[in-house]
Design a protein around this ligand. Structure first.
Ligand code: AMP
Length: 220
């Protein structure tokens, strides 16, 4: 399978779509956000530093991200293709990623932008809730994604939580950062003719159908 880079503002459904691609095509889902949140749970010096940056909606230093990515893509399980979710996030990372790819004789593959407006993103992020136990996601701003009972997980019956970086200030900062830093990445891949733009509105199934068509056609 060709590797995939999923680009999108926060809460555009990157994680959901990556999971579907992973299941359908047996690819590895590489989420730098998940890797960093995992590292942040270790209360060592690095974990504390990462936790602080993430909670404030700030980028983790590029060097650390490069180490994570370079190590991960060499893993045997990535040989069948992987989906990058959350990387590259700035032009420096996109350029460095090209270097890493050529170092390991790998192809870029497809870059897919899930296109969602800023207003829609804010509505999605501010309503996002997660069960701390089973990790099921809910959204209190959308009738079809609300829990049955106010702020309680349908399965575990415990109180839902909001991600630390989903507070209003951090959302604004992360979105501003996205438009400032990640837009040039979109242009970078467009200039290489590697970019596909997919409408991110609609149900996850509808968005997946659009993405799946691109992936299916390009692997024929
Ligand atoms: P995400 O789950 O992709 O929204 O990532 C959560 C947070 O992790 C971001 O707001 C950043 O603080 C950090 N992060 C994730 N990926 C990167 C990256 N490629 N470069 C720098 N920071 C990152």
């Amino acid at each position: 399978m060709k590797n995939i880079i999923l680009l999108a503002p926060q809460a555009a459904g990157k994680g959901t779509q990556a999971t579907r691609l992973k299941e359908k095509y047996n690819m590895v889902h590489i989420s730098t956000g998940d890797m960093l949140r995992e590292a942040a749970t270790k209360k060592d010096e690095l974990g504390i530093k990462i936790d602080k940056l993430i909670s404030n909606g700030l980028f983790v230093p590029d060097e650390l991200i490069f180490q994570l990515i370079e190590k991960k893509i060499q893993e045997k399980e990535c040989a069948n293709g992987y989906i990058l979710d959350g990387f590259p996030r700035n032009i420096e990372q996109a350029i460095k990623y090209d270097e890493i790819l050529s170092k390991y004789h790998q192809e870029l593959g497809n870059v897919i932008l899930i296109d969602v407006s800023r207003d829609e993103v804010i509505k999605r992020i501010s309503g996002r809730r997660i069960c701390p136990k089973c990790k099921k996601n809910y959204n209190i701003n959308f009738a079809d994604q609300k829990p049955k009972h106010n702020n309680v997980c349908d399965e575990c019956h415990i109180e839902l939580e909001q991600r630390k970086d989903d507070n209003k200030e951090a959302i604004e900062l992360r979105l501003n950062t996205y438009y400032e830093k990640t837009k040039p990445v979109i242009k970078y891949y467009d200039d290489k003719n590697a970019l596909y733009i997919v409408n991110g509105l609609g149900t996850p199934e509808e968005v997946f159908t659009r993405i799946d068509k691109i992936v299916g056609d390009s692997n024929d």
